[in-house]
Design a protein around this ligand. Structure first.
Ligand SMILES: Nc1ncnc2c1ncn2[C@@H]1O[C@H](COP(=O)(O)OP(=O)(O)OP(=O)(O)O)[C@@H](O)[C@H]1O
Ligand SMILES: [Mg+2]
Length: 263
């Protein structure tokens, strides 16, 4: 089995229906999807269209009602270290230092102290928090907490990072900085990223591919590859790309698709 096989994400007719007191809710219609290792896939769609449901199927927090979700050719049976999840709100233990939070996962998994210290130092450095390891989460700004959460997830060395509107609650400036940081992390760490957002602009700026979902019951209605000027194999997109015609046109195309879907 090649590395590619071990990380490829495949949804085969995967759907999710929630049983509720007032009857079934179809959150995700039967979905076929392949995500190759190293892709940065952004998912956009209106509130309640099933984005989080899709992410939770990938994370293994939920099982599909029908169909299968596979990673590396094996059905997803639950959460696993190969798949890290970054939630919208930072999930840090308040009684641990930032470094303690980043080391927590490896510690639980029995990684030796020296090894996990080294790994945590590397991750804190990667997210620009090298000088903040000894702080408590409440001593950090919201954006820094979010970066600490990303370091915590990356410390587990997941092949796939699943992010559910991680920047939704941040101010525009912090958000823009973290977007560029995330692109650098993605390039340096060589991960597959699935990133949910409400923002078409964010999706086009970050993604190598953007999926647009229809209103509930959700399904993928657009699957668009994103190529922008200046994109190179190991380059990181520069915010200057936001001013290019190509960027504006892609954004308009996807915004139109969302508008037509929800009318
Ligand atoms: N645990 C649950 N039980 C019952 N229904 C649920 C449950 N979770 C989600 N739903 C329903 O499934 C649909 C999709 O929800 P989901 O959270 O996946 O949407 P979303 O696209 O992530 O929305 P948002 O952008 O607001 O986060 C919604 O109609 C929601 O009410
Ligand atoms: Mg959601």
């Amino acid at each position: 089995m090649t590395t590619a096989d071990t990380e490829r994400v495949v949804l085969n007719g995967a759907s999710k229906t929630y049983e509720t007191a007032s009857g079934p809710t179809i959150a995700l219609q039967a979905t076929d999807l392949v995500i190759e290792p190293g892709e940065f896939v952004c998912i956009v769609g209106p509130s309640g269209c099933g984005k989080t449901t899709l992410l939770q199927l990938l994370a293994g927090f939920l099982a599909p009602t029908d169909g299968v979700v596979e990673v590396g050719g094996k059905p997803v049976k639950g959460p696993a270290a190969e798949r890290g999840v970054v939630f919208q709100a930072p999930t840090l233990y308040p009684w641990l230092t930032v470094r303690g939070n980043v080391e927590f996962g490896p510690k639980v998994r029995g990684v030796a102290k020296a090894k996990r210290r080294e790994r945590a130092t590397e991750m804190l450095d990667l997210v620009g928090l090298a000088d903040f390891g000894d702080k408590r989460p409440y001593e950090l700004s919201g954006g820094m907490q979010q970066r600490a959460q990303i370091a915590r997830v990356l410390a587990g060395d997941p092949a796939i990072v699943l992010m559910d509107e991680p920047y939704g609650a941040l101010d525009a400036l912090t958000r823009e900085r973290l977007q560029v940081d995330l692109l650098k992390i993605w390039r340096r760490a060589g991960k597959t990223i699935v990133f949910i957002t409400h923002s078409v602009e964010e999706a086009v700026f970050l993604g190598t591919r953007v999926l647009v979902m229809s209103a509930r019951p959700g399904r993928v209605i657009v699957d668009r590859r994103i190529d922008l000027p200046g994109d190179t194999e190991d380059g990181v997109r520069d915010p200057s790309v936001l001013a290019t015609t190509e960027f504006t046109e892609l954004k308009a195309e996807l915004a139109q698709a969302i508008y037509e879907a929800h009318g």
